[in-house]
Design a protein around this ligand. Structure first.
Ligand SMILES: Nc1nc2c(c(=O)[nH]1)N[C@H]1C(S)=C(S)[C@@H](COP(=O)(O)OP(=O)(O)OC[C@H]3O[C@@H](n4cnc5c(=O)[nH]c(N)nc54)[C@H](O)[C@@H]3O)O[C@H]1N2
Ligand SMILES: Nc1nc2c(c(=O)[nH]1)N[C@H]1C(S)=C(S)[C@@H](COP(=O)(O)OP(=O)(O)OC[C@H]3O[C@@H](n4cnc5c(=O)[nH]c(N)nc54)[C@H](O)[C@@H]3O)O[C@H]1N2
Ligand code: SF4
Ligand SMILES: [Mo]
Length: 698
């Protein structure tokens, strides 16, 4: 039990890793506040932080290892669990080789999530990684890597024009976790006070839009048309940075010829943005003395994500804004030990997605369902919920059942854990030691996190589980850590930070000031050393070297248009993080059910009132959602909420309804954000209809 007193730590509920100060009394959390000295949030905490103690004390927590036996889970001891895991994994490796093992991880919200079971993969000679990367950030990183050799981050503090392109930082705080010194909320307000213009490119007026900002509504998944038309306007209007383009880019002439078909008329038709507005935006962006683009997750989860962001990177490129003040900048990072240093090129199945860092989960799924010879036979799911987060959860479940061994470590019984052969109960970041390294426009820094609460039951740190299983597989001499403290020591050794120093200092800053225009000395980290507006790398792997227009939803929608008149896109509410927190009283009270947003005009057409329970059907499945009216500038476009569907909540699993037949050819991401559907049933409170409850019909 924690002694009474004040403790500094970091919140592990989302990527932002905000600093907070807790006051503990009698082993309970007496009060907590944002840490005013922590540069990622400067005292700000979002409402989710109020769930930290509930998370630790939830009666839903997994408290003991569970083994599947005859279709049921049986409680077993840790010794039995370690022996069983080691035996199954060793056997499968022996029979099928190192490629038969795969690690599936979720969004790297904490470094426990990033690193757990990764060293074991290395010791098993398996670089096979899958998870949520095809939906989250990595497609964008891949696109920037092709053009610029890395992922630069927006220099908000020096920008005169900020395009928030598919990004909703008020709800998601996304940039707080990556690079905004003082936290994104303060950074954007600073920009507004300074007189910078903020433009949101977004299908809906998201909650980050403030009075004075401009919102440009765009049809979901059509951003590629906008970016291509902007490239054409800027190139044809000679508004690009000629000196920069001449010296530091390759492929400009090819790009110029390539974008000619992408006229304003074309873009207007695809995006719904009037042509004059697109012309204005192109000129406004090109002529701005310092313009930046913060591309968000709103661009991921379409069939055209990588090409879209490749076009956005080209926009930043031809206007000379990459690594320039007020543009997007390559930031230094705290050096850390890599857990799995095996070459991703060696991954089994890698040849299908040669430019992508991981193996896209949809591809893993198809390999399993088709009994492909290079499919994985054993999977370790760590800190992830692949059943609920991938398109078509029915087929995801079927695929996981094809594995010879599925091991899941989690804190709750999730939709994925239900499929496991072995479930290991994990400690949360509020119950273990941990750390986070941050980059920012001021300096990089590392923050310490420490246990506040006792873990429930027998829950353990993932690093202890990993070591104990590794030891039984014969790797004890090769492990550089055996618990979370030795893991921190190992991970931070390259930075010269010991556990003891970190514990004492809590925040350690690195004097690595950011620098601009590094390319003048070192070139860009691309094969040509220049910005690649024409990517030979993409061409050599059979892709188009320049972004070609493709529909965000893929092509199959044509087939369904008649029977399913609605377009559906999805959103995530600020109260939750993906499939997490729905079962905790504080969040559940504020947001008790999955929401459907519909425009007043469509609501009238379909006879829907706010508060109705609406069954929405797609070609793949259906779910029940609570109707709310919302300003949506398109006819027949509705918005559904993502994240429900665990056995611990009563909500509709949105990905029971999403299609997994088409995907982005480069990143493997399915169009989880754009698919066809129809209203099947509407129930009003006083109806006797049985659907006046939530849940997914299986
Ligand atoms: N349709 C649709 N699909 C989407 C999205 C969408 O917007 N719409 N969003 C996509 C995006 S951007 C992402 S990042 C993915 C998210 O994909 P995931 O990261 O796989 O989803 P999470 O719900 O965050 O799953 C994390 C799991 O870790 C568990 N967990 C929490 N804390 C701990 C801990 O301390 N230790 C361990 N071992 N486990 C813990 C949680 O209980 C949960 O089951 O979903 C993607 N899928
Ligand atoms: N509270 C909370 N915070 C989170 C998370 C969470 O689940 N909950 N998840 C974390 C994770 S893993 C991620 S990836 C980030 C995501 O954080 P962000 O990058 O901010 O992304 P989203 O909130 O998914 O979507 C941002 C905006 O994109 C818009 N959008 C949707 N489709 C399109 C489109 O086709 N074009 C354009 N231009 N815009 C579109 C949406 O309407 C939304 O307003 O948030 C992180 N922070
Ligand atoms: S933004 Fe994320 S890290 Fe910060 S307080 Fe909220 S949940 Fe915690
Ligand atoms: Mo994400």
């Amino acid at each position: 039990m924690k002694k009474d007193g004040r403790y500094r730590s970091i919140c592990c509920l989302c990527h932002c890793s905000c600093g907070f100060i807790a006051e503990m009394e009698g082993g309970r959390l007496k009060s907590f506040q944002g840490d005013p000295e922590h540069p990622a949030n400067r005292g700000y905490l979002c409402p989710k932080a109020a769930s930290m103690e509930e998370l630790s004390r939830s009666p839903d927590r997994l408290t003991t290892p569970l083994k599947r036996e005859g279709g049921r889970f049986r409680e077993i001891s840790w010794e039995q669990a370690y022996d069983y895991a080691a035996f199954r994994l060793s056997k499968i490796l022996e029979s099928h080789g190192s490629d038969s093992l795969m690690r599936c991880s979720g969004a790297p919200v904490s470094y426990d999530a990033r690193d757990g079971f990764n060293y074991l993969m290395r010791l098993c000679h398996s670089p096979n990684a899958t998870g949520s990367s095809s939906y989250c950030m990595v497609p964008r990183v891949t696109a920037f890597q092709m053009v610029a050799g890395g992922k630069p981050e927006p220099d908000f503090d020096h920008a005169e024009l900020i395009l928030l392109w598919g990004s909703n930082p008020k709800e998601t705080n996304r940039m707080g976790g990556y690079c905004a010194f003082d936290g994104i909320q303060k950074v954007l307000n600073r920009a507004r006070v300074r007189g910078a213009q903020i433009i949101f490119i977004d299908p809906i007026k998201n909650s980050s839009v403030q009075p004075g900002d401009l919102w440009l509504p765009i049809f979901p998944g059509s951003d590629l048309a906008l970016a291509l038309a902007m490239l054409r306007q800027i190139i044809n209007g000679a508004l690009y940075d000629k000196a920069f383009v001449n010296t530091y880019t390759v492929g400009f002439e090819e790009l110029k010829a390539h974008v000619q078909p992408y006229t304003l008329e074309f873009a207007e038709k695809k995006t719904g943005i009037p042509r004059e507005k697109i012309a204005w935006l192109s000129e406004r962006f090109a002529r701005s003395p310092a313009a930046t683009i913060c591309e968000g997750n709103g661009l991921d989860m379409y069939c055209n994500t990588v090409y879209t962001v490749q076009a956005i990177a080209a926009l930043l490129g031809i206007t000379g804004r990459i690594d320039a003040p007020g543009g997007v900048v390559f930031l230094p990072f705290v050096p850390q030990a890599s857990m799995n240093n095996l070459s991703p090129a060696k991954m089994a199945m890698k040849y299908h997605y040669p430019l992508f860092r991981d193996i896209p989960f949809p591809a893993v799924k198809e390999a399993l369902l088709s009994d492909a010879p290079d499919r994985p036979r054993a999977m370790i799911v760590h800190h992830a919920n692949p059943v609920l987060i991938n398109a078509n959860s029915v087929r995801t479940r079927q695929a996981l059942r094809k594995l010879e061994f599925l091991m899941v470590d989690d804190i709750f019984m999730t939709a994925t854990a239900q499929e496991a052969d072995l479930i290991l109960p994990a400690k949360t970041g509020f119950e273990t030691y941990g750390y986070k390294a941050y980059t920012s426009f001021d300096r990089c820094f590392v923050a310490f996190s420490q246990p506040l609460f006792d873990a429930p039951g027998q829950a353990k740190s993932v690093f202890e589980m990993e070591y104990e299983i590794g030891k039984r597989m014969g790797f004890s001499d090769q492990y550089p850590f055996h618990d979370e403290i030795s893991w921190i020591e190992y991970a931070l050794a390259p930075a010269g930070i010991s556990f003891e120093t970190l514990q004492k200092e809590h925040l350690i800053f690195f004097d690595k000031p950011i620098t601009y225009r590094k390319y003048q000395k070192t070139g860009f980290q691309t094969p040509s050393g220049k910005l690649e507006l024409y990517s030979q790398r993409m061409k050599s792997h059979g892709y188009s070297p320049m972004p070609v227009f493709a529909e965000g939803s893929g092509e199959e929608f044509v087939q369904y248009a008649q029977e399913y008149p609605l377009w559906i896109t999805t959103y995530r509410p600020g109260e939750f993080v993906h499939t997490k927190l729905h079962n905790l009283p504080a969040t559940a009270k504020r947001h008790p059910s999955p929401i459907l947003w519909i425009s007043p005009a469509d609501a009238q057409t379909y006879g829907i009132q706010a508060g109705d329970h609406v069954t929405v059907q797609t070609p793949d499945g259906e779910g029940i959602f609570l109707a709310q009216l919302k300003e949506i500038p398109w006819k027949n476009l509705i918005v559904l909420e993502f994240g429900w569907g665990n056995p611990t909540d009563q909500g509709a699993d949105l990905n029971r309804m999403t299609p997994d037949r088409e995907w982005d050819p480069i990143s493997g991401g399915t169009p989880n954000r754009l698919f066809r559907g129809k209203i099947r049933e509407v129930a009003r409170k006083n109806d006797s209809a049985s659907i006046f409850s939530f849940g997914t019909k299986r």
